[in-house]
Design a protein around this ligand. Structure first.
Ligand code: NAD
Length: 486
């Protein structure tokens, strides 16, 4: 495995290659050490325009290819990506902060998603309706949309992009991607790898830059036909409003505050492990993460002890340290936000049973580290319950029964994922039917499958990614009526 030893200097990825750095630049620092990772062009409206026009031109030759042919290209891309995981992992660690282990998990998963869509290439089907009238048949065909803007945040720069790239490209669209302003380098290198593997120039362009400038220039560009956005709820709502001009298609994968219910007949050790993994993976910076635990009173003491012990044992370290289980938070802003949420919560009540603040370790003093933290029974109207907590802090509430657990779980502005741990079929079925969100895991770690549609309700978003359901969001359905001579 290589490491990032020299500062990276990269520009916009246009027409199959990274351009030299020009114009305004962004400085990228390692969240674990504060060291310089490199500089990247902060794309201007002119850069975005060039990227969109290049993608529009490439659409002319990419969209007429058959699904099978595009699938072959995607398959080659997935293979090349998989073969490059060890090269990409240190770049992802350096700019994002996550541990090497989490970086590898992310990168393998992203490559797998491309492979998944490559595998679906020969499975895309339409519908036909015979005998609409005498001698008249109808069929419904899928047509690609055109240029898709793919805007993603910094927590999983590659998986979140590939969730969009897979279905978008297979369906014949071309893509202009905008990574978060703090995580451009893995995406730029990945674009080079995919191009070398056979993705034609212009089919994927990348504009690193800020949200207000590059992001808005992309969303409002008249040639962009769809905006596939992943990020926070307030930004997603603004993006949707901007995309309304020109009636662009929009999918929004937004924030979440996933509940996990633990019944007293559950395998408590397994449930505690799932809660700990679900909350502290990626340093708690995941949309789909266990952000609230509701445990039956009779099992509460044991569960609280198990989860708190797990949190206390997690080993913090800079991402590249192979022993690190929890990296830094991504930025100073994210840590301050978490600290504000914890302070406001504790001022109103709740008991800290693990962690609580910054680690007392000189070796970590230059990074944005925060201890894995557990808070028991904070007030039910505190930030722990009402806001998205995007960091390593898990609130646990005691509840009397399933009715109370489901009612509190649903009492949230968000509706992304959810989980229940129980030995009983009835509780499992009730959770599946009644939890108001896009995913429910029963006695299962919160793993996302490419085969299943994923997407939230309420303030967690609109539309689906993953599964063949994603095709509906990257194609227009068109009805064709054919009359035979009778
Ligand atoms: P963010 O909304 O601030 O930024 C996301 C992306 O949008 C970045 O690329 C950013 O540059 C861009 N952006 C910002 N302002 C913009 C604008 N005005 N116009 C166009 N683009 C703009 O999100 P964040 O805080 O960086 O990311 C964390 C959030 O993302 C959390 O809320 C998390 O839950 C959410 N998220 C959701 C999912 C999901 O699939 N539902 C997955 C991962 C993260």
């Amino acid at each position: 495995m290589s490491t990032v030893t020299e500062a990276l200097e990269r520009g916009v990825f246009l027409d199959g290659e990274v351009q030299p750095v020009e114009g305004d630049t962004l400085t990228i620092l390692n969240p674990g050490t504060g060291e310089l990772v490199g500089h990247v062009t902060a794309a201007s409206a002119a850069h975005v325009d060039a990227a969109v026009r290049s993608a529009q031109q490439a659409f002319g030759s990419w969209s007429p290819l058959g699904y099978a042919q595009r699938g072959r290209v995607l398959h080659n891309c997935a293979e090349a990506f998989e073969a490059s995981v060890e090269e990409l992992a240190p770049i992802l660690v350096a700019e994002q902060g996550k541990t090497l282990r989490d970086a590898r998990i992310e990168l393998h998963k992203a490559a797998e998603t491309l492979e998944h869509y490559a595998g679906l290439a020969k499975e895309v089907r339409g519908v036909s309706v015979h005998g609409l009238d005498p001698g008249v048949d109808g069929r419904v065909i899928r047509r690609p949309l055109g240029v898709v803007a793919a805007i993603v945040p910094w927590n999983f720069p590659t998986t979140l992009l590939c969730n969009k790239l897979g279905p978008a490209l297979l369906c014949g669209n071309t893509v202009v991607a905008k990574p978060a302003d703090s995580t451009p380098f893995t995406t730029l290198r990945l674009a080079e790898i995919l191009t070398a593997a056979g993705l034609p120039p212009g089919v994927l362009n990348v504009v690193p830059g800020t949200g207000p400038l590059a992001g808005e220039a992309l969303v409002t560009h008249p040639l962009v036909r769809k905006v596939a956005f992943t990020g926070s709820t307030p930004t997603g709502e603004r993006v949707a409003a901007l995309a309304a001009i020109g009636s662009k298609r929009v999918t929004l994968e937004l924030g979440g505050s996933d509940p996990l219910i633990i019944c007293d007949d559950a395998d408590l050790a397994a449930a505690a492990s799932a809660a700990s993994m679900g909350r502290f993976y990626n340093c708690g910076q995941a949309c789909l993460a266990t952000k609230r635990v509701y445990v039956f009173e009779s099992a509460a003491d044991e569960v609280i002890e198990l989860i708190s012990a797990k949190a206390a044992k997690l080993r913090l370290g800079i991402g590249i340290d192979p022993k690190a289980q929890l990296g830094p938070m991504h930025s100073e802003r994210q840590r301050e936000l978490l600290e504000r949420q914890i302070a406001e919560t504790l001022a109103a009540g709740g008991e800290v049973t693990a962690g609580g603040g910054r680690p007392d370790d000189e070796a970590l003093a230059n990074g944005w580290f925060h201890e894995p933290t557990v808070i028991v029974d904070p007030p039910r109207d505190s930030p722990m319950a009402r806001e998205e907590v995007f960091g390593p802090c898990l609130p646990i509430w005691r509840v009397n029964d399933l009715d109370e657990a489901i009612s509190l779980a649903n009492d949230s502005p968000f509706g992304l994922g959810s989980a229940i741990w129980t030995g009983g079929l009835e509780a499992a079925e009730r959770a599946a039917a009644e939890l108001d969100c896009g995913y429910t895991w029963v006695n299962s770690p919160t793993k996302v499958y490419d085969e299943l549609p994923f997407g939230g309700v309420k303030s967690s978003g609109v539309g689906k990614e993953h599964g063949s359901e994603a095709f509906d969001h990257y194609t227009n359905l068109k009805s064709v009526v054919v009359k035979r001579a009778l």
